[in-house]
Ligand binder design. Structure first.
Ligand code: ZN
Ligand code: ZN
Length: 210
């Protein structure tokens, strides 16, 4: 029982794309599909899973690049994003700042809000709004296993950049303090880039939280 997490490290920015599988129902969700999404599609098809939702921590292009490929292959999957990141989505996720051109597919149909409960099969995830890296950045809390999927809010030994449009270092620090550091220290952080860490480890060793 529970949620199984399969991690893919994809593309030139080493994005972590997470495939969540509810073992009781074979329903699945994908968090932040990045480049080379064909690997995720293959895994979903091999295990004969039913893709319910594509959950986006924020709309930077490297976290949404694979949405079009996934929805083309699995048209019934709903796409979720916080509405405050819709302008970023419409602008291609800031891809032009990196010399790329990306046009996202149809608009997201799930509009995230703080404390929203998402259901995947028999499991529940809670959305927490964590602005600072972008205006509509969210994280997903899976309380039964003490896990958060935290996108570009915080990393092992680092925090999200705030120099891109919509960024605010004051808001980022507030989001980390209120939504991450209030969790039990053994809570594991599955970030948008880099290895898994814990709340306790970051409290003790992250130089940006000193
Ligand atoms: Zn980002
Ligand atoms: Zn990122």
């Amino acid at each position: 029982m529970g949620l199984e997490i399969i991690t893919f490290v994809l593309g030139p920015l080493q994005n972590n794309t997470y495939l969540l599988r509810d073992s009781a129902s074979d329903q699945c969700a994908v968090i932040d599909p990045s480049f080379d999404t064909i690997e995720v599609i293959d895994a979903i098809e091999k295990q004969q899973l039913s893709l319910q939702m594509i959950l986006l921590t924020h709309a930077h292009f490297d976290h949404i690049y694979g949405v079009g490929e996934l929805t083309a292959r699995f048209p019934a999957a709903a796409v979720g994003l916080h509405p405050a990141d819709l302008p970023l989505w419409r602008q291609g996720g800031g891809s032009e700042l990196f010399g790329l051109k990306y046009t996202p597919p149809a608009l997201p149909t799930i509009h995230f809000y703080n404390q929203q409960q998402l259901t995947l099969g028999s499991e529940k995830l809670e959305v927490k709004h964590t602005p600072g890296h972008s205006r509509g950045h969210v994280i997903f809390h899976y309380a039964p296993d003490k896990i958060i999927f935290c996108g570009d809010l915080i990393f092992q030994g680092n925090i999200g950049r705030t120099d891109l449009p919509g960024g605010s270092s004051r808001e980022l620090m507030h989001s980390i303090q209120m939504q991450v550091l209030t969790l039990p220290p053994e809570t594991r952080l599955f970030s948008g880039h880099g290895p898994v860490t814990t709340v306790g480890r970051e409290m003790e060793t992250n130089p940006y939280l000193a």
